[in-house]
Design a protein around this ligand. Structure first.
Ligand code: SF4
Length: 211
């Protein structure tokens, strides 16, 4: 299916439509689609790259090692995990076989842009105040063009729908840093980015009468 024939009004309808999607080739080799997950009216939307091996098997986002890093960092940043909605820019697991192992393969621009159709619908249903994009693929999925992560980190960019975008790294990047001190520094910076999202969220929630 390229596009749903009827309007999508709920997350359940969105997940069902994503499961039937053939907008790019990635549905062919994945176990199943991995729709977003979380409360229906979240203040914070976290967008990752794509499901990993564990997520593909479970059918749920951020249940693997990178998800555990994200959970810890959210807690360190004072963001309640239960109040956040997590999803991916690309909803099917892209991989290549190396023996019996399925190795993650980065989605290309075509796949990201084709799957953006679903991310846009998702954002329209959720209407979060703040979007956090984890990595360049996620950022491209949100804004629809290439994004230089290094240039955008530490800022909250206004989006057309009135929400704000905070860009940071994907937590899987931290899993691949070997040097302990480098890993610690990178993790602290990741937490700082999430703290920025929490601050922007708190500012947005503040009543109009409070300066
Ligand atoms: S990755 Fe996205 S666009 Fe491609 S088939 Fe899956 S849901 Fe459709």
């Amino acid at each position: 299916m390229d596009r749903p024939r009827t309007p999508i009004r709920s997350l359940a309808e969105l997940a069902a439509a994503e499961a039937a999607c053939t907008r790019c080739p990635l549905y062919r080799d994945a176990t199943q689609v991995v729709p977003g997950e979380g409360p229906a009216k979240p203040s914070l939307l976290i967008v990752g790259e794509q499901p990993g091996d564990k997520e593909d098997l479970a059918g749920r986002p951020f249940v693997g090692p990178a998800g555990r890093v994200l959970d810890a960092a959210l807690e360190a940043a004072g963001i309640p995990r239960a109040e956040t909605f997590v999803t991916n820019a690309v909803k099917h697991f892209k991989h290549e076989m190396r023996g019996k192992r399925r190795l993650h393969k980065k989605p290309n621009a075509y796949e990201i842009d084709r799957c953006r159709w679903w991310l846009d619908l998702e954002r329209g249903l959720l209407r979060p105040a703040v979007v956090v994009a984890l990595g360049a693929t996620a950022a491209r999925g949100v804004v629809g063009r290439p994004v230089a992560i290094g240039k955008m980190r530490g800022t909250a960019m206004p989006l057309a729908d009135g929400s704000r975008l905070v860009v940071t790294i994907h937590p899987s990047y931290l899993l691949h840093i070997q040097d302990r001190e480098d890993k610690r520094v990178a993790y602290q910076r990741f937490v700082a980015d999430l703290r920025l999202a929490a601050t922007v969220l708190a500012e947005g929630r503040r009543p109009a009468s409070v300066a």
